[in-house]
Design a protein around this ligand. Sequence first.
Ligand SMILES: Nc1ncnc2c1ncn2[C@@H]1O[C@H](COP(=O)(O)OP(=O)(O)OP(=O)(O)O)[C@@H](O)[C@H]1O
Length: 541
Amino acid sequence: MEQQLPAGRRPRLVSSLGLGQRCCEVTLDQERGLLAWRHPRRGGENYFVPTSEIIAVEETELNKKQRNTGKWQKLAKPHAFTVYYVKKARNHRWWCRDVTFWCGDENLCNQWTQALKELLEMQKCRPKQLLVYINPYGGKRQGKKIYEQKVAPLFSLASISTDVVITEHANHAKDNLFEVNINKYDGVVCVGGDGMFSEVMHGLIGRMQKDSGIDQNNPKAPLVQCNIRIGIIPAGSTDCVCYSTVGISDPVTSALHIIVGDSQPLDVSSVHHNNTFLKYSVSLLGYGFYGDILKDSEKKRWMGPMRYDYSGFKTFLSHHYYEGTISFQPAKHTLGSPRDKDSCRTGCYICKESEQQLAEQQKKCGLKHEEDEEEWKVIKGKFLAINAVNMSCACPRSPKGLSPAAHLADGSADLILVRKCSRFDFLRHLVRNTNQDDQFDFSFVDVYRVKSFQFTSKLSEDNGSNVTDIGKKRFGQFCRDHPACCCNIADSTWNCDGETLDSSAIEVRVHCQLMKLFARGIEENCKDEAAYSHSSIEHLL
Ligand SMILES: Nc1ncnc2c1ncn2[C@@H]1O[C@H](COP(=O)(O)OP(=O)(O)OP(=O)(O)O)[C@@H](O)[C@H]1O
């Protein structure tokens, strides 16, 4: 039955359809984009699926066995259709579920499939053509198998065409992205870990800048946004970017976020040394502790993912600290702070507002043709770790991450300075990265929300290789005022999203929402969704 609505509004389909061996009332509210039914068994449980989370609709041939049981026997030729949809489970996991409805009337069955397919066609954000890069050697070397067994069947169900490239060497995907006809694709998918994602991101951002004539070596260049989304199918040793933007490292969940066409903007930091572009970063830029772990673990790749535990323990025991100077511009445009109790969630208000504030600030600066000469703060000291994060950096071992209140798209990074302290105190801080306690609540830990920063180690200062002229002047002044003390003068290495940087003196700038992922950020608890779905279905049925 089709309910008539005022002109211009889409109708509501309400029918009594077969489900299993019984009948149930099924409602499709085309105006609100909701499909609902009450299961005839399972205690009359209500089901509610937003049409934006329907994966596919197919006419279904009922097999002989199905037709010979129950009510089927009374129908000469039952007509059926199957709806594949996203089922949300605990801990942000998504499954692909299906339900088959049947009826004796062919026209009614066609009317339903037609209406559902039309609604799917209207989802313009969904990708139709994807370019997929698979790192066959990432993590436990399961990338190809994961893609073929878990992801490709879902893409095919959702009628997504793919061009698949299995990488043959490091930087294969990055180099390839500079050559392909990128406009042909609605998105790029990487199957691998954080290293593979970083490679694809560099290829895509680099390609966009090249096509727009932007010089990446200029640290002040306004970079061009990437509108082609990246999807991450986690298959690496570390899948932090996936975990922090989806809430779980699960290939099926990620594939479903790609299929429904989710979009999550992401801040990207550019890292330069002496007017030379080094790298982009979206998760962790870590000097000291995390840099040393990476450097040591690189020598032990043969150990597989275990190498991070081994090198982590070894680095903790070595307890090295490094002397240097860090200068930064606080992110005044952001509404949040790193000590906030609330974290970044789907449709985050703070990210939206901060982006607007930043755009207005930049417009004003542009009109006055002024350089961004906002206040710089300078801190000189001995540090066990300097961490700058653009996202929480949550992972299964550290579910809250290094900075639980960091935002994905507010144009800022959280700069965490862990000063020299006892081994025991450092351990207390590290343990708090894995539990519910506040990891910043220590006298030796400082945290700032920044939009840019520069760092020079004491060693490179002494060697006269500072970052920029501004840095030279500022740090020079500071050093003359405070004579150097006799501490450990060795240099550490920067860990930039899991890759080492060649220089310890760096200049970092956050680019607000430079790229987009096929993700929607971390959703609120499923408890809230259940309440919403219950009230909505009561309204519908
Ligand atoms: N075919 C290949 N052969 C060797 N290296 C590759 C290949 N394809 C990609 N790579 C490189 O392997 C690196 C690690 O890949 P990936 O992140 O997928 O795995 P991982 O096990 O999580 O590694 P890591 O822990 O170092 O991030 C990436 O930097 C990527 O450039």
